[in-house]
Design a protein around this ligand. Structure first.
Ligand SMILES: [Zn+2]
Ligand SMILES: [Zn+2]
Length: 305
């Protein structure tokens, strides 16, 4: 999995930062892209980062504030101009269906592909197949806002081929039985047990992408033991009262959530337009005083999970 930030500014864009949007690049895992939030100009940012609209499979919205939403009509309608007409699923808080229907009707637009809309009103399992699972939980913001936990499922252990080679074992037709951990008798007369030749389980990666929120238990639950947590940090710690009043977090709040959740890595984003890129070091240092493995997102920054 790879994460690319398409917009990292809170509320309104600046010359340095566009508004919220994050691409979870699953082209390697499933040949598709999952978009989290779609602030204004998201389709332009996608073009600059070389992400094809046709490859979009899922769009998850954290909430319906404009800085996370106003790029969505462009993303959806431009996608209709692509040759690929594969279905798209849109997940977001209640109201998103009415928003899309109204925009399409008023602007005389149309969609040429099936759009499935899932409206959330409470904590939900929003996606599951044999490789991935996504859970949503309600955070604490001024409007209903969700955070998402994306879990890549573990791959079962295969046989440790190196160990078999070392013991000079030709598994031949015994492969399936050994993989199940059964005992087999080899052509040369030796008896071996599959359990002694089990390789490691390939652990799937876990990512939490949270929307706007004050510190809350749901954030800790979503971020528990994740490889990577994306948390907003709208303000520096000195402006804590202002952050809380507007339903937002500070650098220190984000770091505390990462620490309490035992996350491995934290990326802070959704930075107030009051800060320029020159302030990045100061903001990230605040968070690092609590949680060392913190980075601050900039537009088009990519992180391998
Ligand atoms: Zn916001
Ligand atoms: Zn908001």
């Amino acid at each position: 999995m790879k994460l690319t930030f398409l917009g990292t500014s809170a509320g309104s864009p600046t010359a340095e930062r566009n508004v919220s949007s994050i691409m979870l690049d699953l082209r390697q895992e499933r040949g598709r892209l999952w978009l989290f939030d779609s602030g204004e100009a998201t389709q332009m940012q996608m073009q600059k980062a070389n992400f094809s609209l046709a490859k979009l499979e899922m769009i998850f919205l954290t909430h319906l504030h404009g800085d996370h939403l106003f790029g969505l009509p462009g993303v959806l309608t431009t996608r209709s101009l692509m040759q690929n007409q594969s279905a798209l699923t849109l997940v977001g808080p209640k109201g998103i269906k009415q928003f899309i229907q109204t925009v399409i009707e008023i602007s005389s637009s149309w969609l040429t592909y099936p759009l499935n809309i899932i409206e959330l009103e409470q904590d939900s399992l929003v996606f599951e197949d044999n490789k991935f699972r996504v859970d949503a939980k309600l955070l604490q913001h001024r409007v209903p806002c969700f955070g998402y936990r994306i879990v890549e499922k573990d791959l079962p252990a295969t046989l440790d081929i190196d160990k078999l080679k070392k013991d000079n074992i030709q598994i031949g037709s015994h492969y399936a039985h050994l993989k199940e951990g059964l005992t087999v008798t080899l052509e040369d007369g030796r008896t071996i047990n599959g359990k002694d030749y089990k390789g490691d389980i390939k652990r799937g990666k876990k990512v939490a992408i949270l929307g706007d929120t004050i510190p809350c238990q749901a954030s800790i639950d979503l971020a528990e033991n994740v490889n990577l947590l994306v948390h907003e940090a709208t303000q520096e710690q000195a402006l804590e009262a202002k952050a809380i009043e507007r339903g937002h977090s500070t650098t220190i709040h984000a770091a505390n959530i990462a620490k309490q959740a035992n996350a491995k890595r934290l990326i802070i984003t959704h930075i107030s337009p009051r800060y320029s890129i020159q302030d990045n070091q100061k903001l990230v240092n605040e968070a690092r005083s609590i949680f060392a493995n913190t980075e601050i997102a900039t537009d088009f920054a990519t992180f391998q999970v």
